[in-house]
Design a protein around this ligand. Structure first.
Ligand code: ZN
Length: 363
């Protein structure tokens, strides 16, 4: 497929670092216990992906910060010179793609640790390009979409953190944050705001998805909404099943958090088994494409992108199980009448532009 081959393909959100921390692996090999590895990235024509340094919401800022650094360390060790390489800027990303490498950018998923002195500067130094402001729970300075409202958006400290992020060339990511916090972030940010892995609430009514007015606002201010491929956020039936499963498994999973942090490999396997025993209904790739088309219609083709959440989701779409399937996504978008220019923007052009804009607004 010539269009796909000469297009910059960027996946704005994966949880590769968490998988590596749970169970270190050689990413140059085909791996059967996770979604992402170099052979499948290459097969899918992926030019770049974001490694999210995911900090569990339960960890206090200091412990969370230690955890983020540990994830960064295992991730760096997993890079492969000349093949899977870290980049920090839009220009580096393009150069790396031209050399035929797969480029890795870092994101921090959950900004809770940023109250630790020096943490945000450290993030900038190691090349973190966006911070997802929260995870599942509200914290000291920002409310989560699935948490109790504590600040009606951002606290005063949170406003300062978002502004400082933008000064350092780090984008604010509003996936996971409450609707009020999305608006608040749009208000104080001095660079475009992204949602790195959120789909459309109009098609699947889940708080993790964005309602049309917020999609419009993010777009109006030059930002991006990048659709999440988790079946539980894509399809209403799967979403219901996901909620029931969550309720059933939560007591088991919560009890084991401390044990998980001590013995992540073992607990990961147990968790995977639990999820596999309670699978969600099958959801096809076309349902995901519906979200992308909706985002296009509401936000526009310059404000839509892809954040699969691979390696962070227990279930995957049928026909889009791992990064090797990206050419099928391209084909599906063309089939649905998205023109070639639009497909290029969605697959990676938009994310590159917004990264560059973040760099321009820094300083
Ligand atoms: Zn997430």
């Amino acid at each position: 497929m010539p269009l796909h081959q000469d297009t910059l393909v960027i996946d704005a959100h994966t949880d590769v670092p968490t998988r590596l921390w749970e169970s270190p692996a050689d990413l140059s090999q085909h791996l059967t216990d996770r979604h992402v590895d170099l052979p499948r990235l290459r097969q899918g024509g992926v030019s770049a992906l974001v490694f999210a340094l995911y900090v569990p919401a339960e960890l206090d800022p200091q412990r969370g910060w230690e955890h983020a650094k540990a994830l960064h360390e295992v991730s760096e060790r997993a890079l492969i010179p000349g093949q899977l390489v870290q980049v920090a800027t839009a220009d580096d990303l393009q150069r790396s793609a031209r050399r035929g490498e797969v480029a890795v950018l870092f994101g921090l998923e959950n900004g809770r640790p940023l109250t630790v002195t020096g943490a945000l500067d450290h993030c900038a130094r190691i090349g973190v390009r966006y911070v997802t402001l929260t995870h599942w729970a509200s914290h000291e300075w920002c409310d989560a979409s699935t948490g109790k409202p504590l600040h009606d958006g951002l606290s005063a400290e949170g406003e300062g953190i978002v502004r400082q992020m933008n000064r350092l060339g780090i984008l604010a990511d509003v996936s996971h944050v409450s609707d009020a916090a999305v608006l608040h972030t749009l208000d104080v940010a001095t660079a475009p705001v992204i949602a790195s892995h959120s789909s459309a609430r109009a098609l699947c009514d889940h708080p993790r998805n964005l309602p049309d007015p917020l999609i419009r606002e993010i777009a109006r201010k030059g930002g991006l909404v990048m659709a999440n491929s988790y079946p539980g956020f894509v399809d209403p039936e799967a979403s219901k099943a996901d909620a029931a499963r969550g309720k059933e498994l939560r007591p088991i999973l919560e009890e084991t958090l401390e044990e998980y942090l001590r013995n992540p490999g073992k607990l990961w396997q147990e968790r995977e088994r639990l999820f596999q025993d309670h699978p969600l209904p099958k959801v096809p790739l076309s349902a995901y494409v519906n979200h992308l088309i909706h985002l296009l219609e509401i936000g526009g083709e310059e404000h839509t992108g892809i954040g699969t959440d691979f390696d962070g989701i227990p279930d995957v779409l049928e026909g889009f199980e791992d990064p090797s399937k990206f050419p099928d996504l391209t084909a599906a978008l063309l089939d649905r009448g998205v023109d070639r220019g639009g497909v290029r923007l969605i697959l990676g052009g938009n994310f590159l532009r917004v990264l560059r804009e973040g760099e321009r607004r820094a300083g």
